[in-house]
Design a protein around this ligand. Structure first.
Ligand SMILES: [Fe+2]
Length: 274
């Protein structure tokens, strides 16, 4: 009995005809969907781990609905800091709200329990898990008994020695303590940082995927140095779970790491020089 699922994150969709950071994020999501159709039609489901819409517009969520309708497997969703929860509910339906009021979800499949947590908080870029979500998480972990658990949320809880450490889940203690009430947390997977990483944090395994938008060229432990944005990869994660092994593979559906040059800024710099 093998669990297999896809995680996509940081889609940053915009209405048709618009770009985000010079990138056509709709076309990039189409490429990700093409990859799933071509190679992962046998997966159990796909998770979208937040930052679905770049600016939270209704037209971006409607476009998302249209593009993911092509996925041959069930899709489960949680939100990120770029999302607008009420607009998301307007387009996708209020049934996406858990008892917590946020877009949390439990998926039981092939001996595993997968838990999605909505770490977005209106008006904030960093991540927040409310007290009622921590309670909800602990109840869902207790129900899982000794089954292996994978947790997926938008924000990373662990600092990564990069600029965006200031916008992670800044108060992760209650979250980590809740996770530790379960004997077999196999992975905690996040997006948000637009970067691939793995870490062990307080004895638990944490992973981030680069996602579908730009990728970050980081500066280790130099928060004053601005990061550069790279056009690729466009990346999704493939998670494979057996009884004794949980594997996360990273599939780059768009290659390349050319730097993004924002033309408006370049024009301003030229004007300043002139
Ligand atoms: Fe993002």
């Amino acid at each position: 009995m093998t669990l297999k699922f896809i995680v996509m994150s940081d889609l940053h969709l915009v209405p048709e005809g618009e770009l985000s950071m010079t990138l056509d994020t709709g076309t990039r999501l189409e490429a990700a969907v093409d990859a799933v159709v071509a190679r992962y039609g046998d997966a159990d489901f796909c998770v979208l781990a937040g930052d679905l819409a770049d600016l939270g517009q209704p037209a971006a969520y409607e476009r998302l609905q249209k593009i993911i309708a092509r996925l041959p497997i069930p899709v489960f969703i949680t939100l990120g800091n770029h999302d607008d929860r009420s607009t998301f509910f307007d387009v996708f339906g209020a049934h996406y709200a858990a008892e917590t009021g946020k877009v949390d979800k439990v998926i039981d499949a092939r001996g595993y329990r997968v838990i999605l947590l909505d770490s977005s908080e209106p008006g904030r870029v960093d991540g927040v898990l409310e007290a009622n979500q921590i309670e909800w998480l602990m109840a869902r972990l207790a129900e899982a008994a000794d089954r292996p658990v994978i947790v997926i949320l938008h924000h990373n809880a662990n600092a990564l020695h990069i600029n965006s450490d200031s916008i992670r889940i800044l108060e992760p203690d209650a979250f980590v303590e809740a996770l530790k009430t379960h004997p077999d947390v196999r992975q905690v997977i996040a997006g948000h940082v637009h970067l691939t990483s793995t870490a062990s944090y307080r004895g638990l395994p944490f992973t981030t995927l680069a996602g579908g938008h730009y990728s970050v060229s980081f500066n280790v432990d130099q928060p004053q140095v601005p990061f550069r944005r790279l056009k690729g990869p466009g990346q999704m994660a493939v998670v494979i779970g057996t009884e004794d092994r949980t594997t996360v593979l990273f599939e780059d559906f768009i290659d390349g790491n050319e730097e993004i040059v924002i033309v408006e800024e370049a024009v301003e710099i030229l004007e300043e020089v002139a």
